[in-house]
Structures are given as C-alpha cells and as structure tokens.
Write a protein that binds this ligand. Structure first.
Ligand code: ADP
Ligand code: MG
Length: 206
C-alpha cells in the first residue's frame, strides 16, 4: 500500500524543521560569518518560528495550503535572500499540490521539483554555484526513491559545496576566498530534508 501524507504531516515537518533550525542556528550563522554576513541562523530561526506560530493559529486543511501559508510567512518575515528563496520553494510546491487532501511521496517529490525550479528561476542559480540548490536539487531528485535517500543526497550536496567557489549570492563577492567553506543555505536545506525523513519515519513511511 502506498503511504500518503496529509496536512498534519506537513505541519509536523515544519515544526520539526523550526526546532532543528533553532538547535542549529549558531552553526548556520557561523557558516554564514565565514562567507556571508552572519545572519543565516537568525534569519531562519525568525522565519520558521513565525511559520509554526501561524500554522498553530490557523491550521490549513490541505498539504498544499500548509506549504503555501508557510512559504508566504517566510517571505514576509525573513529579510535575507534565504527568505524569499525558501518561501518560493514552499509556496510553489504548495501550489503544485493543489487541493489534494492526501499526497504520496512521489507527489511530494514532483511538487518540490516545481518549487526547486522556481528557486532557480528567482535566484538565477544552478547546481555548482554553491547555494542551497546544491542540496535541494539532488534531494528532490532522490525523494522519488525514498525519504532516506533524499536526506542523504541533501547532506552530500551540502558537503560538496565546500570546495566550490560561490557564483551567486553574497558569498560570490568573496570570489576565490569562498572556497573551502560549506554553504550555509545548502546546510539548512539538508536540515529540511533530515526533518522530512524524521517526520515520515514517525508515520511509518519510507
Ligand atoms: P543573505 O545572503 O541575504 O544574508 P542568508 O544569509 O539568510 O541571506 O542566506 C544565504 C544563503 O542563501 C546562501 O548560503 C545560499 O545558499 C542562499 N542563496 C543566496 N543567493 C542565492 C541564489 N541566488 N540562489 C539560490 N540560493 C541563494
Ligand atoms: Mg546572510
């Protein structure tokens, strides 16, 4: 039988992500202090806290609505580049899910695929530019196979940003000096997919 996921699953995922971002905020900010402006942890902490607050107050009825609501909230509460980018990822994925009440992992992978394409379009970055896309693109591709594969692919993608020179975002201003540091956004993207696997396991999904 194919496992399906409802609105509550997406809410639990975003709550777990907020907790993970909170836990890892110092590390994310530290990574951003090496090749950015030392605010990535603070940005995401603020954004995901606002997301969970809103979802608790007005829980949307469908998986798509959860993602659209969360995406909008990130866009309106995060000042840095990552707010509009993560906001676009979730909003576009939510739109792709439409009104469906229960979605399979394959549908989630498809929807996140649309979200990732929108992130690439908004920020003009591709895989290899040392951004969140280096984790997001392989993760979403691997999600077609399993939640665990997506988590592993995101982690691997984040680690693979270390030797790259940044070509987009604030880190690109550093030129060659961006080499040798892990990208903060790719690192937070790996957290998102680690928590997605955790949420799915809690429901018995794989
Ligand atoms: P800011 O760079 O405005 O301070 P954050 O520090 O919150 O915002 O986020 C930085 C992260 O955003 C980077 O590590 C990178 O992963 C991601 N990022 C920046 N610009 C882009 C872009 N054009 N496309 C994709 N991701 C980007
Ligand atoms: Mg920053």
């Amino acid at each position: 039988m194919t496992e399906t996921y409802g609105a509550e699953f997406l809410v639990r995922w975003l709550e777990a992500t907020a907790a993970a971002v909170d836990r890892e905020a110092d590390r994310l900010t530290e990574l951003d202090s090496a090749i950015g402006d030392a605010d990535h942890g603070v940005n995401l902490k603020r954004g995901f806290a606002a997301v969970t607050e809103l979802l608790a107050k007005e829980p949307p009825a469908t998986p798509g609505a959860v993602l659209v609501t969360a995406g909008r909230q990130l866009i309106s509460t995060v000042g840095g580049a990552s707010g509009p980018l993560y906001g676009t990822l979730l909003r576009r994925a939510g739109k792709a899910l439409g009104e469906e009440e229960h979605v399979s992992r394959e549908r989630l992978a498809e929807a996140f695929g649309a979200g990732v394409a929108a992130v690439s379009q908004l920020g003009g970055a591709q895989v290899g530019d040392k951004t969140m896309l280096d984790a997001l693109v392989p993760a979403v591709e691997a999600l077609r196979g399993s939640f665990g594969a997506a988590r592993a692919a995101a982690e691997e993608g984040a680690l693979a940003t270390v030797p790259l020179q940044a070509r987009k975002g604030r880190a690109s201003y550093l030129g060659e000096r961006s080499i040798g540091h892990q990208d903060p956004g790719a690192t937070s993207s790996a957290l998102l997919f680690a928590e997605l696997e955790g949420a799915a396991r809690a429901e018995g999904g794989s």
